[in-house]
Ligand binder design. Structure first.
Ligand code: TEU
Ligand code: CA
Length: 545
């Protein structure tokens, strides 16, 4: 297999709890995924990124692992997992596991031992500190409150950057790293093709110096992991790196660095929050800023690293509700956003439901929400006296449950997700928005994604073409070219509901221009004929010299 086989691939993320329930207990499961492999094959994706399916008490829906070698019983058995790998393989689909090694569950055997006594052999697997007057430092948990939890039994604090049921592992302990490598090899031997690495930018942290991301040992550990595990298989790896910049991304993904294949940037995801105030502090998106950020990543990693391309995942609101229009122009804007992303250089990710234009959820009160981050935030703000409507507005706009409502398969009860009672309510728009509808209609968002995926396989320019931003200051239009050999790919997209006029900066010879995809009927045949764009209109031209 080619070393960079994943460059032509499109990845589909499954959040198993919300994908498809096969046995009526209201919780998605592995057999449920197996039932839908034909659907994924029809879409055309190459790799499934499976959010965690390991044993877990589900304080953070599987991102708190209590046993790396067992499958969560609600999801099925190890046999089901093996069947999934096998059945996916028959359809040329790879499975990429989620790898959560910054922390485990407090119910993991290692932690249960670690907390028993100061001289327990597992003590140093985690981060323990004594402290006389309150927590050892003021570091805050991502999920509200102090990152230090007092543990009565040994009279010390342990560190948890996420929930208190997610104690951080001490990766400076070589034995911990060794055991994690053994576990990774176990899964690769089982036939999975790689890992999405949860908050991997944290594993070199120096807590006493308050260095969390990008610690001095981070890249040493990743190279060691590569040497001990990844280099022995034709893997695909993507690091989740909230702190990454175009510069540090080159350290992770640089060609001769032997670390990871790609990382997730968060820079575009923070553009609708007020700088420095965190994700809940709402701000309108400025398209010019978005173009700058995306373009910087495109040009900085060109021929040096590799981009991952995404609008959505299980932590982010739905893109069509966020930067598109989930009402009148849901169809057009979903297709436009997909186009802008999939024509860039990198490996695209599709999050379950994105391909049918699923939207954010608007529950009327907090009791309907399930996410620990959201619930903790609600109570924290409430106790600070913030008006409930204000808190709920942030939650409806940015809360993680927007992405986690059950998949909408058809217009049966609960969107066909379950025959029982779903663990979280289905979005009531499932009657109109569902996969069955989408597959009946050749013009659906689903078939548009299918086409984008197929174009990536067919056109080398999408792999190699050099990116250039056009009309950088235009407040409504995003436009760019990709150039390779004798070809130019031109992407134009209207990000809003108006009718802006396109003035391309240079006259290109477009006598041999062909439209390869567009989201309205009767688009302008040639770039030089472009007048105004319709709401959320997008057109991609391939121009031959
Ligand atoms: O997310 C890491 C992360 O940085 C989160 O804080 C993310 O920014 C947040 O969810 C946005 O609100 C990963 C997983 O993707 C997330 O689901 C887990 O909860 C978290 O790690 C802990 O494992
Ligand atoms: Ca189930």
């Amino acid at each position: 297999m080619e070393k960079t086989w994943w460059q032509k691939s499109t990845i589909y993320q499954i959040y198993p709890r919300s994908f498809n329930d096969s046995n009526g207990d209201g919780i998605g499961d592995l057999q449920g995924i197996i039932e839908k492999l034909d659907y994924l094959e029809l879409l055309g994706i190459d790799i499934i990124w499976l959010s965690p399916v390991y044993q877990s008490p589900n304080d953070d829906n599987g991102y708190d692992i209590s046993n790396y070698y067992e499958i969560m019983p609600e999801f099925g058995t190890m046999e089901d997992m093996e069947t999934l790998i096998e059945e996916a393989k028959k359809r040329n689909i790879h499975i990429m596991m989620d790898l959560v090694i910054n922390h485990t569950s407090d119910e993991h055997h290692w932690f249960e031992e670690s907390r028993k006594s100061k001289d327990n052999p597992y003590r140093d697997y985690y981060v323990w500190r004594g402290s006389e007057n309150g927590p050892p430092s003021d570091i805050q948990s991502v999920f509200s409150g102090s990152a230090w939890e007092w543990d009565e039994q040994t009279g010390e604090y342990y560190f948890h950057l996420f929930s208190k049921k997610q104690p951080d592992l001490n990766l400076h302990n070589p034995e911990v790293r060794e055991r994690l490598y053994t576990m990774m090899n176990y899964w690769l031997d089982k036939g999975v093709s790689g890992f999405r690495m949860d908050v991997i930018d944290l594993i070199g942290k120096e807590i006493d110096q308050k260095v969390l991301t990008d610690g001095p040992k981070l890249h040493d550990y990743l190279r060691e992991m590569n040497e001990n595990v990844l280099s022995h298989y034709p893997t695909i790896t993507v690091g989740e790196t909230p702190s990454a910049t175009p510069e540090t991304a080159q350290l992770y993904t640089g060609k001769d660095r032997n670390e990871l294949d790609m990382v997730f940037t968060f820079q575009h995801m923070s553009l609708d929050e007020r700088a420095g105030e965190g994700k809940w502090a709402l701000k309108e998106l400025d398209l010019v800023e978005l173009k700058q950020v995306l373009s910087k990543w495109q040009t900085s990693l060109f021929q040096k690293g590799w981009n991952s391309l995404y609008w959505n995942n299980h932590d982010q609101p739905r893109i069509v509700s966020r930067w598109g229009n989930d009402q009148e122009y849901r169809d057009e804007s979903a297709k436009m956003l997909a186009t802008v992303l999939h024509m860039m250089q990198g490996t695209p990710f599709i999050y379950q439901g994105e391909e049918i234009g699923m939207t954010n959820i608007e529950f009327d009160n907090i009791t309907h929400y399930r996410d620990i981050e959201t619930i903790n935030y609600f109570h924290e703000k409430k106790s600070e006296g913030v008006p409930e409507e204000e808190i709920m507005e942030s939650i409806r706009t940015k809360g993680r449950d927007n992405a986690r409502t059950p998949f909408q398969w058809n217009d049966d009860a609960h969107g066909g997700f379950t025959e029982g009672t779903p663990w979280m309510e289905v979005n009531s728009n499932f009657i109109e928005i569902n996969a069955e509808q989408a597959i009946k209609n050749q013009n659906s968002i689903f078939f548009y994604y299918q086409k984008l995926i197929a174009l990536r396989k067919r056109l080398d320019i999408l792999l190699y073409g050099e990116y250039e931003l056009l009309l950088g200051d235009h407040p409504e239009i995003m436009a760019y070219t990709r150039k390779w050999a004798d070809q130019t790919l031109l992407v134009v997209a209207n990000f809003y509901g108006g009718n802006p006029v396109v003035h391309l900066p240079e006259k290109m010879d477009d006598s041999h221009a062909e439209i390869i995809i567009s989201n309205y009927s009767n688009p302008s045949e040639k770039p030089s004929e472009l007048g105004h764009l319709r709401p959320y209109e997008t057109i991609v031209y391939l121009i031959e010299k």
